[in-house]
Design a protein around this ligand. Structure first.
Ligand code: MIG
Length: 674
């Protein structure tokens, strides 16, 4: 059951399409302090808190503090409190069980036992908010109700579940051709190559550099003949430059954010001084979305939206005042304290959160300070594109994912986990965010495989791929100046080919489970605790996940490990896919097991009386035959049914009608039912 509690003068976020009636009285279990703008409750020591989407720390969020304030910070250390997105949904499960969604566009803090070990405290910046309080018979039931409330999750074209190669550093046709050539030569599957900001003409959105890509549409076509989709990046801010049509037109129509006095607001990002499309304004949003047409017309079928927190390196005002303050130190004899204070001034000038109070949106004739609606920006930039694609590409799905998001955006696109590092701990962080993102509606997601920042190693990329083959977005991406990390940069070519090929073997299952999760408002990735609520041990498992109907994954994420401990809540069948192409299957009893897993070996577990549809693979998605499937299976005493979703992978018409059922008999034989 869902109850809505509304306070103050709320800004319409459009997160909940059909709102329930407002309930009166107090929100159960939580004490609201109107003066302190907070909600608090005591937690029992065994209570678990789940959710909060993209964030650091555990699957169980207890023991840390999280801030919903979309921020461009690529330093995902253990103590980071805010990332790129704002996902204000959590579930408390234990002595009491409920879900809470804070529908609020400003900064929110979730103190989940940081200040006081056993106190949950939610702090808002003002009390103009809607709270949705959800009760249900299980965590999964609560999540399901929440997902129904916020609407169906985005479904990409199926090729977007193939493997993609990206790097901030492919600058021209030759670079891209080389990537494709190397993958194809080595017979390592590949479906897409991403174009980072260097494809643009001086970082101008919706342009292509005429020297680096002299005949872009022909090049897009050439890539397609090789089974490769090019996916360009779009940055939130538009270069401020006379004669650049997007800038001129937006200025003329008043579609950019302004300062308080109504003059246009400029901030420096990659193109230099730039303007920020007022995507919270419906007309401006439509106009910005229409700009994507220029690339769609050249054959592009997918985009990634970046820098939409929005990231702002500096503004001229801020820089000016910083320089003024710094110049006051000139000629003075600095002591250490003064030196650090001066250094702090420079630090404060970049990415200053203060900037967000200096510009405004124009929503239905009202001037709205950005700060109060900050977390809606990435959502609405991506919504601009998603809504435009429904007009511009009514038949075919378009790939779309975004760095910043807020719940609501899940209907228009996916999200990637931002600028992680080539650290072993970030494989685990990647795993832990999958279920919390699913809870918030984000199904199409994944991390930069191999790590974005810092130098990677061959074993790290391989191990990370062994998780990545299970994530809907499977993309290797890295930053400029870091060690190159395409599969062909390393020695164990057979290992890379084997692991990446496994993705294409598993694709019928991954796609089927993905679409069903979207259609049915369910989680594709679940913590063990959600599926085995009566199992106390399952509650503490932070490094294994249930994946779809019948699978459990437990990847190795420790360097030089040759296997790992795995906890089985029930008997399961372990499948081990060796690099030499052989497979072995072992039934393991419930309990703890040490499972060996060599560096280029893929392991997965199948639940009793379950089936996993797989293909013979392919070099790209279009080579995979989704009709010619066979099954990994664990018959264990009961007949069972698998619902297999398959379609053409591109059209927008996605319904349960496409589900085909397969039945497995007690003897393990499997046959199509209808
Ligand atoms: O300030 O476009 O997260 O994936 O490679 C950095 C360059 C801007 C941040 C993205 C990253 C991308 C990079 N971008």
């Amino acid at each position: 059951m869902i109850k809505r509690y509304a306070f103050g003068n709320r800004f319409e976020t459009d997160t909940v399409p059909v709102k329930p009636e407002i309930s009166s009285g107090e929100i159960p279990f939580l004490t609201m302090d109107q003066e302190k703008l907070s909600l608090t409750m005591n937690l029992e020591s065994d209570d678990c808190v789940y959710g909060l989407g993209e964030n650091a720390r555990g699957i169980n969020k207890r023991g840390w503090i999280y801030r919903s304030c979309a921020t461009d910070d690529g330093n995902h250390q253990e103590d980071i409190v805010q990332m790129y997105s704002a996902h204000n949904f959590l579930v408390v499960n234990g002595s009491v069980r409920f879900g809470l969604f804070v529908d609020y566009p400003g900064v929110v803090t979730f103190d989940v036992g940081y200040t006081e070990l056993n106190t949950l405290s939610i702090q808002l910046s003002d009390l103009n908010a809607d709270f949705y309080f959800i009760t249900g018979e299980s965590v999964l039931d609560i999540v399901h109700q929440f997902r129904q409330l916020i609407g169906r999750s985005y479904i990409p074209p199926r090729w977007a579940m193939g493997f993609g190669q990206s790097r901030w550093g492919y600058v021209n046709e030759a670079d891209v051709r080389n990537v494709v050539k190397r993958y194809r030569e080595l017979n390592i599957p590949l479906d897409s190559v991403y174009l980072d900001i260097d494809y643009m003409d001086h970082y101008k959105d919706f342009t292509v550099d005429p020297e680096r890509f002299p005949s872009f549409s022909a090049f897009v076509e050439e890539m397609k003949t090789q089974g490769i989709h090019l996916v360009p990046i779009i940055d939130a801010a538009v270069k401020s430059e006379k004669g650049y049509s997007v800038c001129d037109e937006g200025l003329e129509k008043g579609y950019f954010c302004t300062k308080e006095d109504g003059t246009v607001f400029e901030g420096a990002v990659w193109p230099g001084l730039s303007l920020f499309p007022d995507v919270l304004n419906e007309e401006a949003r439509r106009w910005f979305g229409d700009q994507y047409k220029v690339l769609l017309d050249q054959g592009i079928e997918g985009f990634w939206n970046d820098m939409n927190e929005p990231a702002i390196f500096y503004t001229e005002d801020q820089l000016e005042s910083t320089l003024e303050q710094v110049s006051a130190y000139q000629g003075k004899k600095l002591d250490l304290e003064a030196f650090w204070a001066m250094m702090g001034l420079f630090h404060g000038a970049i990415h200053s959160p203060d900037t967000y109070s200096r510009f405004y949106h124009n929503v239905n004739g009202r001037q709205i300070c950005h700060e109060t609606v900050h977390n809606l920006y990435g959502y609405n930039m991506t919504r601009a594109a998603g809504e435009a694609f429904e007009r511009l590409s009514p038949e075919k799905r378009v790939l779309l994912f975004s760095r910043s998001s807020c719940i609501g955006m899940h209907r228009y696109g996916g999200t990637w986990m931002g600028d992680n590092c080539s650290w072993w701990s970030h494989i685990l962080l990647n795993l832990k965010m999958l279920p919390s993102l699913n809870m918030c509606g984000f199904l199409y997601t994944g991390a930069d495989i191999g790590g974005f920042g810092r130098n990677t190693t061959e074993d790290l990329v391989l191990r990370w791929l062994e998780l990545g083959i299970f994530t809907p977005l499977m993309r290797n991406h890295s930053a400029r100046l870091t060690r190159e990390q395409e599969a062909y940069q390393f020695t164990d070519t057979d290992g890379f080919r084997h692991v990446i090929s496994m993705r294409y073997v598993l694709l019928p299952y991954i796609y089927s489970e993905f679409v069903k999760a979207a259609l049915r408002d369910e989680m594709m990735y679940r913590p063990l605790a959600f599926d085995y609520p009566a199992d106390d041990r399952a509650r503490g498992v932070e490094d294994q996940l249930m994946l779809g109907d019948g699978m459990m994954i437990a990847p190795v994420y420790v360097q030089n490990a040759v296997g790992r401990m795995v906890y089985l809540p029930e008997t399961m069948k372990l499948y081990r896919f060796h690099k030499d192409g052989t497979t072995d299957e072992t039934v393991l009893e419930a309990g703890d097991h040490y499972v060996s897993a060599a560096l280029s070996e893929v392991i997965l577990f199948v639940r009793p009386n379950h089936m996993i549809p797989v293909s013979d693979g392919g070099h790209c998605e279009r080579e995979v035959d989704f009709n010619d499937i066979h099954f990994l299976s664990f018959p264990n005493g009961k007949p069972s049914v698998y619902e297999y979703y398959t379609d053409d992978g591109v059209t927008r018409n996605i319904t349960e009608d496409a589900v085909i059922r397969y039945r497995m008999e007690v003897d393990g034989s499997i046959a199509r039912m209808d």
